[in-house]
Design a protein around this ligand. Structure first.
Ligand code: ATP
Length: 303
């Protein structure tokens, strides 16, 4: 029995390793391969460094011509401001981020950065200007330093450390056995959701991007963790143009403008207080989420 168990156990380890490597490769190709069909035009320009104003001008979009996803979406994020997009699952929030990063081209209207249509910009220059904090951060089976440096392979060790500090990772790193050189990921130290998010923020900040996109994770959190995430977002977005795709309204109550998307259409927009006073879809979502957060706090004893 023991003879059989050892090879089986060994196979299990190998299987897990191969599966993890494939996952990493798959995700990398997923990220790199999505925009293959989009080419730079011969006279595409380069985005000048510095503050960026982002405009979605009457944007329509479909992945498949048989099903429209966005309809006449029109909003501006002035340089240095934060716009949050909220709405039910499938309303098209993440699609906005994919279009801004130009994984896909709009099918109607246009998206501009400082007045220039993103289709007239070199993709490299556009993507250099945008940092993304994704819903689910991929951690490679390597050191924490490598994982942060991935945001900008040319960054100096000092810049990597500065980005880690800016993302409030100092205390966490101080507790690690080998500091920044501790291995993380599937085969190393497992990070909590909040720690992973901070690594993602450090990665994004390492690019020092004019535009920051946050795609907030969907998982339910107690209100203390929500507040910590909100503070993270506010801090990282300071001085940058930010598009926050939010699932929890409490994390975006401070946004300069909140856009409520429903089945690909903007149905409400304004500041948190205005939207609450309007007693519409946003106010209803807010009440529901406050209630749910209260119940979770009671369950976890965080209240
Ligand atoms: P969630 O809150 O669940 O993240 P979302 O509001 O961000 O949702 P999107 O991811 O933008 O929604 O998706 C909008 C719609 O587009 C959904 O109906 C989804 O099924 C569809 N969709 C998303 N990605 C693709 C794709 N690559 N091909 C075809 N349809 C897609």
């Amino acid at each position: 029995m023991l003879q059989l168990y050892i090879p089986l156990n060994f196979l299990g380890v190998i299987y897990r390793e191969i599966r993890q490597s494939l996952t990493d490769i798959e995700r990398m190709f997923g990220l790199l391969g999505q925009h293959k069909e989009i080419d730079d035009t011969p006279d595409a320009g380069s985005l000048a460094p510095g503050p960026a104003t982002v405009r979605f001008e009457h944007v329509d979009f479909h992945y498949d011509p048989a099903r429209d996803i966005l309809f006449d979406v029109d909003f501006t994020i002035p340089a240095g401001r934060t716009v949050a997009v909220v709405g039910h699952s499938g309303s098209g929030k993440s699609t906005l981020a994919r279009l801004l990063f130009r994984f896909y081209d709009v099918t109607g209207g246009r998206i501009t950065v400082n007045g220039v249509d993103v289709r007239d910009l070199q993709q490299d220059s556009l993507r250099r200007a945008i940092g993304i904090v994704p819903q689910d951060t991929v951690l490679f089976n390597d050191t924490l330093r490598y994982n942060i440096q991935y945001g900008n392979p040319e960054a100096s060790p000092g810049a990597v450390e500065a980005a880690a500090s800016a993302a409030q990772l100092d205390d966490f790193i101080a507790r690690l056995p080998e500091g920044m050189d501790t291995r993380v990921g599937e085969r190393g130290l497992k990070l909590s959701g909040g720690e992973k998010q901070r690594v993602a923020i450090a990665r994004a900040l390492l690019k020092d991007p004019a535009v920051l996109i946050f795609d907030e994770a969907t998982s339910a959190l107690d209100s203390k963790t929500e507040k910590a995430i909100q503070a993270q977002i506010d801090r990282a977005a300071r001085g940058r143009t930010a598009l926050v795709i939010a699932h929890r309204l409490s994390t975006v109550a401070h946004a300069d403008e909140i856009i409520v998307l429903d089945q690909g259409r903007i149905v409400e927009r304004g500041h948190h207080r205005e939207l609450l006073a309007a007693s519409g879809a946003y106010a209803q979502m807010w009440r529901l989420q406050q209630q749910e957060a209260h119940e979770r706090d009671l369950e976890t004893g965080a209240a």
